[in-house]
Design a protein around this ligand. Structure first.
Ligand SMILES: [Zn+2]
Length: 331
């Protein structure tokens, strides 16, 4: 089953293992060279092949706290990580292409190449619409509006669910949709997601978010917001992060991921379902026991969905067609 995975931090992980890093990471220079082909991450080129990857969304995660500590602007950190991403893709350009739309994705596939999209997790690197324009022209195709810090864009779920977008956040959402960039509401507060849904003229995404009714974590989506995103025509990328799957069980279980997908399906239908694993963006709590360790294990989730009663047409939608549909809205 072809897979479009909406969220992975692999390129940021590689950035901090290359020479280009913030000062407190200098000691990592001792580590063996890590790159897209060879690393100890959950994603590399061979694993993407094993997962039958149709497209991988690579986020550049910008840690505002580290930026402040080291007096690096979020924009500069974005540019550094972006250059490193380009380097990685260029080095392995016989195997993978950086793409920015469905036509380029199809072209990469026709050459038997993998396809990667670039996106950014933390909207605060944008402080003007001119910068947004530059990011778009560099190929950035979604921005996660906030991470876990309150910014000039809005308030994250980690801080306050009652306060939402700031004035610039409203402006940015409108400008992103006009440009052809997806708005990602994962990490945003409940009120922030309502704000986005209210002004959205195009489908939005929650690139890596699970179900709050099954696991009561602020990062997970309430029923109201799941329905709202479905009505907007958007998608929710369900992830395999242990603390977003289950409050008690610390082990990543395939069945639990299926239960989150089933819940959303029953509540809001089959068109809103997608996959956004958040690989290389979280630490495993029980590495020996986890049933999903890398992206190469995703075919097991497809099998489990079939066993749970989903048709192969529905699994195809969950694994790639729904995400493809969203991508056609940004061309
Ligand atoms: Zn995240």
């Amino acid at each position: 089953m072809q897979l479009i995975d909406l969220h992975a931090d692999t390129l940021t992980a590689l950035y901090y293992r290359s020479g280009e890093k913030l000062k407190d990471q200098e000691f990592l220079r001792e580590l063996p060279v890590a790159n897209l082909a060879q690393n100890n991450c959950a994603i590399d080129l061979a694993k993407l092949r094993q997962a039958d990857s149709l497209a991988q969304f690579f986020v550049l995660w910008l840690n505002l706290h580290a930026c402040e500590l080291h007096k690096v602007s979020p924009w500069d950190l974005f540019m550094k990580q972006y250059q490193q991403l380009r380097q990685q893709i260029d080095t392995f350009n016989s195997q993978i292409s950086l793409v920015s739309n469905v036509a380029e994705l199809v072209a990469a596939r026709a050459q038997n190449k993998l396809a990667g999209f670039v996106c950014v997790e933390e909207g605060a690197f944008i402080s003007s619409l001119e910068q947004l324009d530059v990011a778009y022209h560099l190929g950035v195709r979604y921005i996660t509006l906030v991470w876990n810090y309150e910014t000039h864009i809005g308030v994250p779920s980690a801080i306050d669910q009652q306060r939402g977008l700031k004035p610039f956040g409203f402006e940015m959402v409108a400008a992103m949709q006009e440009l052809g960039m997806l708005v990602d509401v994962s990490h945003l507060s409940d009120q922030g997601v309502r704000d986005v849904l209210q002004i959205a003229k195009k489908p939005i995404i929650a690139s890596h978010s699970n179900v709050r009714a099954l696991c009561n974590h602020t990062r997970n989506l309430s029923d109201e917001l799941i329905r709202g995103i479905a009505q907007n025509g958007g998608v929710i990328g369900v992830n395999c992060v242990p603390y977003f799957l289950d409050e008690q069980d610390k082990t990543i279980r395939i069945q639990r991921m299926v239960e989150h997908l089933e819940y959303i399906y029953r509540l809001a239908g089959e068109d809103v379902l997608a996959i956004g694993n958040d690989f290389d963006g979280f630490g495993s709590l029980t590495p020996e026991l986890d049933e999903i360790k890398t992206i190469a294990d995703l075919p097991l989730v497809a099998d489990a969905l079939i066993k749970a009663g989903f048709s192969s047409r529905q699994v195809d939608k969950i694994f790639n067609k729904n995400a493809l549909r969203i991508l056609t809205t940004i061309n």
